[in-house]
Design a protein around this ligand. Structure first.
Ligand code: IFM
Length: 457
């Protein structure tokens, strides 16, 4: 029988990341990360925005926890700033940085909110980048040391761990396109970075799992389905290569299949150095796969000189011309692709469990008379939650959903110009205002299902 409610034990959460919300970048001994350097270099972010203050969550976290508690949020996914707890990336730990996360975890547990801790959400300590960053194999060892430290401090209370957030973005936005920190544009470097991210993941899985009986460890991938722009064999092949390069490049090795052969040949001498045991380590079994879904890509064939995968995605204007709604990011709204993606991941890789670790949308929200009416976000959340329910109804083991994001925050190269929160942040006063979508999400949690739509009259 089709269920119209989510399972009783389905977990409802909200997600954030350290550099996007914490601020306090020079406080209590925190060292600089690559995002401090990158955002402070002219021309890298919209309006020159930086994470220096962000949502000031470092000081306001008790209010933010209370806010989640009031909404009925059951789990909170946050990331640890590596350079806050080890300012130089390896070596000397910073006790005051550890104290911050220690108090946050205690505060969450006291509010009955389950912490989901991400170790790496893009903010590599600058000191490690100065030594080659993720392209340097020594960074993998530093990551293991970092995981050891965090587990020693939080592992008695944290049961859910995510090693990396979206290694695809770190790889390509950060090291091929240069639009994210550290701003490198080199395919060989990018592929070496991807390999080391995956290797570091595999190496810390047992470290995190050892923390506590029953600890669950996973990795979060941003998966973007690749839809061919037409039936032509060229577009179909380009879409398949896109899928190999962005989705399967991470999914396949994590599931013991190594890197997709066709691309290994295409990349040729730009392929990374791979140690003898690396692929086995990368395939260390995990307890869950974190899936971040926002939108699919519609791909048409293009010369290799245009894109290393020989494909090009449709522009926002083309998406609109094709009849699709787009968000403030220019991303098309395609909930049915979410169901298909989850079914495909289940069919092809059969992870033990899946958590939707991010899903949400940016729109041009306005604070008017103390309220933020965001019907488009509510519609987006409704249709995407419905898509998750459809996947569950066909047997996909989705165990929870984290909305991106709890708060409006620093949206990387877009600075503060894009608002993803269900809670509006007034950056001049740091006041938090619940958007209508926060009230909607509160009802979803309460009913563990989709509230009936209000009738138009
Ligand atoms: O803000 C980001 C987040 O850091 C990672 N996933 C996508 C979000 C929206 O772009």
């Amino acid at each position: 029988m089709e269920r119209d409610r989510f399972p009783d034990d389905f977990l409802w959460g909200a997600a954030t990341a350290a550099y996007q919300i914490e601020g306090a970048v020079s406080e209590d001994g925190r060292g600089p990360s690559i995002w401090d350097t990158f955002s402070h270099s002219p021309g890298n972010t919209e309006n020159g925005d930086t994470g220096d203050v962000a949502c000031d969550h470092y000081h306001r976290w008790p209010d933010d926890v209370r806010l989640m508690q009031n909404l009925g949020v059951e789990a909170y996914r946050f990331s640890i700033s590596w350079s806050r707890v080890i300012p130089e990336g390896f070596g000397q730990p910073n006790e005051r940085g550890l104290d911050f996360y220690d108090s946050l975890v205690d505060g969450l547990l006291a509010a009955n909110i389950t912490p989901f801790v991400t170790l790496y959400h893009w903010d590599l300590p600058q000191a490690l980048q100065d030594k080659g960053g993720w392209a340097n194999r020594a960074t993998v060892d530093a990551f293991v040391e970092y995981a050891d430290l965090v587990v020693a401090r939080l592992g008695d209370r944290v049961s859910h761990w995510i090693t990396h957030n979206e290694p695809q973005v770190v790889t390509f936005a950060g090291n091929l396109q240069g639009r994210h920190a550290p701003g490198i544009q080199d395919l060989g470097t990018a592929l070496q970075v991807a390999h080391h991210l995956l290797l570091s993941h595999g190496r810390v899985v047992p470290v995190l799992r050892s923390a506590r009986a029953g600890a669950q460890v996973g990795i979060t991938l941003n998966l973007s389905p690749a839809l061919p722009a037409s039936d032509s064999p060229e577009d179909q092949a380009a879409a398949q290569r896109f899928d190999m390069g962005n989705n399967r490049w991470f999914l396949d090795p994590l599931h013991g299949r190594g890197y997709p052969r066709e691309l290994v040949e295409l990349y040729g001498d730009r392929m990374p150095e791979i140690g003898d045991n690396d692929l086995d380590l990368i395939a260390t079994p995990i307890d869950f796969l974190g899936v971040n879904y926002y939108f699919p890509q519609t791909i048409r064939a293009a010369p290799l000189s245009v894109h290393p995968l020989g494909g090009q995605n449709r522009t926002p204007e083309e998406e609109v011309a094709a009849g699709r709604e787009i968000t403030a990011m220019g991303w098309p709204v395609v909930p049915e692709a979410f169901t298909q993606l989850l079914q495909r991941v289940h069919a092809d890789y059969a992870p033990k469990a899946i958590y939707i670790t991010e899903n949400g949308a940016a729109f041009d929200d306005k604070l008017e008379d103390g309220a933020v009416h965001d019907p488009q976000r509510i519609a987006y959340l409704r249709s995407h939650l419905d898509a998750v329910l459809s996947a569950i109804n066909t047997g996909v083991p989705v165990r929870g959903y984290f909305v991106w994001s709890l708060l409006d925050n620093f949206e990387w190269a877009y600075g503060y110009s894009k608002r993803f929160g269900i809670v509006y942040v007034d950056y001049t006063t740091q006041e938090r205002v619940l958007k209508d979508s926060a009230r909607f999400f509160e009802r979803v949690i309460d009913e563990s299902g989709l509230p009936a739509e209000a009738s138009p009259d």
